[in-house]
Write a protein that binds this ligand. Structure first.
Ligand code: PGA
Length: 236
């Protein structure tokens, strides 16, 4: 089965979460971690309670680059681990506006020290794509992951072209496969695709050399999620 990672971003409610978890209950025979929910931090304890005895894992949407200290409002990787998270999304494009590449390195390091598996997002803007700079941009963003990988740490990577996020646009399969092949030539780690994935295009996208999907908008609806999860079960 391909992995299905739902990224709720800053959406949802406790009530919606309870309904969502109830409808994912029929996934109890799935392999561990084939479904991962990246939820708003405040909803994680509730999700942990609703999802115990299921193979569904929980992810943080971001973590602090610091271990602990005087960082008002920030949440550490260790705190997410304490709440039952096992993954953390790092470097999502909605956060890269204010976060440097070295910060993504430190965030991943904190995750590793706390037992969270980082899922590093990389992706080019439309302008960078048009200037044929995709691989150059991705190479820069990937560097911290490759450094940690050399030290023996397992990190997943999500290719999320910025222009595809929330736009309804996706690269064609050939474009995704070119990036996937480039990535696989550097690392044997899991390679995920994200950006405007929905029940209508996931089957076609599943033909690419991918280990799974990171889904934003379409993952908020449990019916759409169930449809996409079911399709993911048909692909290895
Ligand atoms: P989208 O978001 O599926 O709404 O395009 C994906 C993401 O931002 O991870």
């Amino acid at each position: 089965m391909k992995h299905f990672i739902a990224n709720w971003k800053m959406n949802g409610s406790i009530e919606a979460l309870e309904t969502y978890c109830q409808h994912l209950a029929n996934t109890k025979d799935f392999l561990n971690d084939s479904i991962i929910l990246a939820l708003p931090a405040l909803y994680i304890p509730k999700a942990h309670q609703c999802l115990k005895n299921t193979p569904i894992a929980i992810a943080a949407q971001c973590v602090s680059a610091h271990k602990d200290g005087a960082y008002t409002g920030q949440l550490s990787a260790r705190m997410f681990a304490e709440l039952g998270c096992s993954y953390a999304i790092i470097g999502h494009s909605e956060r890269r506006e204010t976060e440097s590449i070295s910060s993504t390195y430190n965030q991943m390091l904190q995750c590793i020290h706390s037992g969270l598996k980082p899922i590093l997002c990389i992706g080019e803007t439309l302008q960078e794509k048009n200037e044929m700079r995709t691989i150059e941009v991705l190479t820069n963003q990937l560097q911290p992951m490759l450094t940690l990988k050399q030290q023996g740490h397992d990190i997943w990577v999500a290719y999320e072209p910025r222009w595809a996020i929330g736009s309804g646009l996706t690269p064609d399969n050939n474009e995704i496969n070119i990036v996937a092949e480039w990535f696989k030539s550097l690392s044997a780690s899991k390679f995920i695709y994200g950006g405007s994935v929905n029940p209508n295009n996931i089957e076609n996208l599943a033909e690419c050399t991918l280990d799974g999907f990171l889904v934003g908008g379409a993952s908020l609806d449990y019916k759409l999620t169930n449809q996409m999860v079911n399709i993911c079960t048909h692909y290895s």
